[in-house]
Design a protein around this ligand. Sequence first.
Ligand code: ADP
Ligand code: MG
Length: 535
Amino acid sequence: MRREPVLGIDLGTTNTCAAHVRNKVPTVVSTDTGRLVLPSVIALNQRSDIVVGNVAKEQMVINPTKTIHGHKRFIGRPFNSPFVRHLAGKFGYDVVEGPDGQTAVSLGDRVVTLPEVSSLVLSHVRTVAQQHLDGSVREAVISVPAYYNDNQRAAVKRAGELAGLEVKRIINEPTAAALAYGFNRGFDQRVLVYDLGGGTFDVSVLELQGNVFQVVATGGDTFLGGVDFDDRIIGYVLETFQREYKIDLSDDAVVMQRVRNAAEAAKMDLSLLSNLVISLPYVAARKGRPLELRVSLSREELNELTSDLVDRTFQLCDEVLGTKGIDPSDIDEVILVGGQTRMPLVQERIHRHFGRPARKGVHPEECVALGAALLGDSLDQIDAVTLIDVLSMPIGIADSKGGFKKIIESNESIPCRRSFSVPPPLDDREYAELDVYQGGSDRIVDNEYLGTVRYPRGAQSMTFRLDEEGILGVSLEGDGHCKEITLATCGTPPSLRNAIEEDIIRRRQLAEQPEAQQDAGLFASIRRVLGRTSR
Ligand code: ADP
Ligand code: MG
């Protein structure tokens, strides 16, 4: 008999949600303000106090440099990674290099690591849960995106520990969502988890057979989410205002934050209403008189502004299904995850694309936390659930020209192993080294560095092995012996240093080209990096 509940926590890019199981029923733990989700935002306020959640989000307009949001994008990533280099300038706060070359943020006069930032959110969640559940809460299952690599998972685990939690398991978000839908329901189905959150779109296909949950394919876009819908509204509002008053509001950071908040609120309201007026008093002044921004927006207009974003999600769904030769009509259920799936256009298009309405029943912002709580509750029961995953991003090695040679392909079922032959050390050297990377690009500079394998003369082949937890092991064969080795991670290996230098030269050349072309180049190179899974 369990005494203390295991918290299931969905530590989202935008919002965090926690749940627990009581008498076999998973329930969301409401936040300090009585809501069901907590903004994943922390801030150092004017009085130098750390604030978390709604309070932090609400003061963002006046305190942008000390309000940390979107930190989930940076956690567990080296400061040097292409992803971080691309994203760092897009936030009001300073993204800096922390200990061990990891990404950190600057807050007041301190450098704060990302596990520390996340731990503040988790700690808040834990405190509220303890009040709500009237007792101590020590154990947790925390969810992460399916494409998170070892470093990212370890960083989330560390965040949990810093918050005083024992992290019993890390679970992939789509798997958790599928558990919330199918746990103990005896299904034999193929489901698609369609997760459109605040900043990312993730799609996964799972096969459910009783309490065996097997991910068969996964994919998505780390730069497609609710904020892109907000941006379309913002663009429309600014343009309308400019047409009327010949004033460009985009230079005023405070006004822009107000416009951003109003745009998001309008978007959410249009999930229920068919039209509304966005109204913001005093956004500018003319001849000493305040000007009001008033723009009417209908659901139809919003649909027109954003329909290509929705189209893109279905392209991604088809790509993921295509990797396994599955037709959209072969999907038994579509499970909605993420607040943005509340948009009627998204639901209509899902119905059209898959020939069936999406599954409703569990709230899209809650199901990941509910699934994590269900896993937490079942951990002490033998064989209650079996989770089987796939690798979401290829793992491979660097070639001498900065190219990436895949050894294990994406969507390969885990556990798995792949062997390949290795060249002898150059000249009269005793050892040779191979740098191991993970990512979707053909160039190592766009992928994430995992570590370096050093092997002696006489080694003929190497085997990469992914165990049930998705942890990479390496062994060497040759000279009649077989040896297990571990990956050593060093700051920046020569293969990466050279590739980065070449990349900088390429970017300089690119900078001389027209802007549109540049953007396309950058976006093509900043694809989702890394993937790994958990059991
Ligand atoms: P994350 O997984 O990034 O933490 P969530 O699943 O909480 O995010 O989704 C947040 C996104 O959902 C935000 O962009 C928010 O504007 C959007 N959203 C929330 N409610 C609605 C709604 N009723 N209609 C449309 N979008 C919504
Ligand atoms: Mg989410």
